[in-house]
Design a protein around this ligand. Structure first.
Ligand code: ADP
Ligand code: MG
Length: 398
């Protein structure tokens, strides 16, 4: 599911999705919308610490054909799952009452209604090329495409950040996944040729020009094919450690610890009897916020190549301090760097999923081959390696 059957990178064409809708529901859709998956360039596990992130949209996207209904029926269909049409009564939607993939779009409808928006039933058919469970945010693509479609169809007039917040609410409260705001903001707000510098405290944002191809570089995504399960408690444990750190330091969130004060903060935590786990998490979050700032400064100075080592440093921090990497991600990163890439890091929640690699364009083939060979030599499932040009955020297609 989630595009794993489709060739990665093939566009889920709007015409094909509209035709699928017509076959299912017997009429043309009122419109077709798209929302992308994302990779985060830098700033990991910072979004629930009020910190900074820097995602960019992938060319891979969820495309949804949608029509309003006057009644309370919500019909949901995904071409990427074997399950047929899921039919729900929107008046009966309760947190965690829907299992499986339909919980994501149903959660969006519920979040809109709960916020007082006059949304009734809908027919939805979608197709996605965002690999599912690969750390590329297929879930947020699904939520945001439905949120944008309903916003347009019902004339709700919500802003992109408002839609992202409702989509996050759907995932947190309805699906039951305690994710931060990065994924939904990326799907809703990214623009072509840019990375999105997002302050997750106040959601202020800046589109930072990021165009590797223009400088003879490539950003590669390595999908390790190891499927993460963020619900397994590890994510919640890191989150709890960060919150304990912030409490012990007397700040609202770790974002409030300036990088220059990190050594003093770590000493204070040790003095306050906070264990190794909390200190490592604090060190990761504060230093990764700083890496976002360094990356922005480099991009603003048009020094893209120098971003490479910052990525690799970020990976070491995620691997050694936060300990959210895995052997496949470590192998992808190490092999990328030793085979000539400028830098690499895991991206997303970790424990599997994907890595990003920044490389000179002429080196991309050698880097891709080296990673593929290293995985084969280790007996790992063959990874999928593909280029990622910073693409457009959610939009209406027709
Ligand atoms: P990620 O967002 O990193 O891809 P998640 O675990 O957050 O991983 O979301 C994956 C879930 O999203 C899948 O288990 C499925 O329920 C849903 N999903 C993703 N893509 C699709 C799709 N094309 N059709 C139906 N459900 C999908
Ligand atoms: Mg997700």
């Amino acid at each position: 599911m989630g595009g794993s059957g489709a060739a990665v990178g093939t566009a889920a064409g709007e015409v094909r999705v509209a035709e699928g809708f017509r076959r299912l529901y017997g009429a043309a859709p009122e419109g077709v919308w798209a929302a992308p998956g994302r990779v985060n360039l830098i700033g990991e596990y910072t979004d629930f610490n009020d910190g900074f992130v820097m995602p960019l949209a992938l060319p891979h996207r969820a495309v949804a054909a949608v029509s309003r209904r006057r009644d309370r029926i919500l019909r949901l269909h995904s071409a990427d799952v074997t399950q047929g049409v899921v039919q729900l009564d929107i008046a009966a939607l309760e947190p965690r009452s829907v299992t499986g993939w339909a919980a994501y779009p149903a959660g969006v409808v519920q979040a809109l209604r709960e916020a007082g928006h006059p949304v009734t039933g809908a027919d939805v058919h979608l197709v996605s090329t965002v690999p599912s469970g690969a750390g590329l945010s297929s879930s947020a693509a699904l939520e945001v495409v439905v949120a944008l479609a309903l916003n347009d169809l019902y004339g709700l007039g919500l802003t992109r950040p408002e839609l992202a917040l409702l989509a996050q609410r759907a995932e947190n409260a309805f699906v039951g996944v305690p994710c931060g705001i990065m994924d939904q903001m990326a799907a809703a707000c990214c623009t072509e040729g840019h990375a999105l510098h997002l302050d997750t405290r106040d959601l202020s944002q800046r589109q930072v020009p990021f165009d590797p191809a223009a400088q003879g570089l490539r950003l590669l995504v390595v999908d390790t094919r190891v499927r993460h399960a963020l619900g397994d408690g590890a994510y919640a444990a890191r989150r709890a450690a960060c919150e304990a750190g912030a409490r012990a330091l007397g700040v609202r969130a770790l974002r409030d610890i300036p990088y220059a004060r990190l050594p003093a903060a770590l000493e204070r935590l040790a003095g306050a009897g906070q264990g190794e786990e909390v200190r490592r998490c604090v060190r990761h979050v504060v230093s990764d916020d700083h890496r976002v700032e360094r990356t922005i400064a480099l991009l603003d100075a048009d020094d893209l190549r120098a971003v490479g080592p910052v990525l690799t440093e970020g990976h070491a921090s995620l691997r050694d301090d936060l300990r959210v990497s895995c052997p496949e991600l470590d192998l992808a990163v190490t092999t990328a760097v030793t085979s000539g890439a400028l830098g690499a890091r895991m991206t997303g929640g970790g424990f599997g999923g994907s890595a990003v690699v920044l490389a000179e364009e002429p080196d991309t083939e050698a880097v891709t081959e080296a990673i593929t060979e290293a995985f084969a030599a280790s007996g790992f499932t063959p990874p999928r390696v593909f280029p990622a040009a910073p693409s457009t955020g959610a939009r209406r297609l027709s």
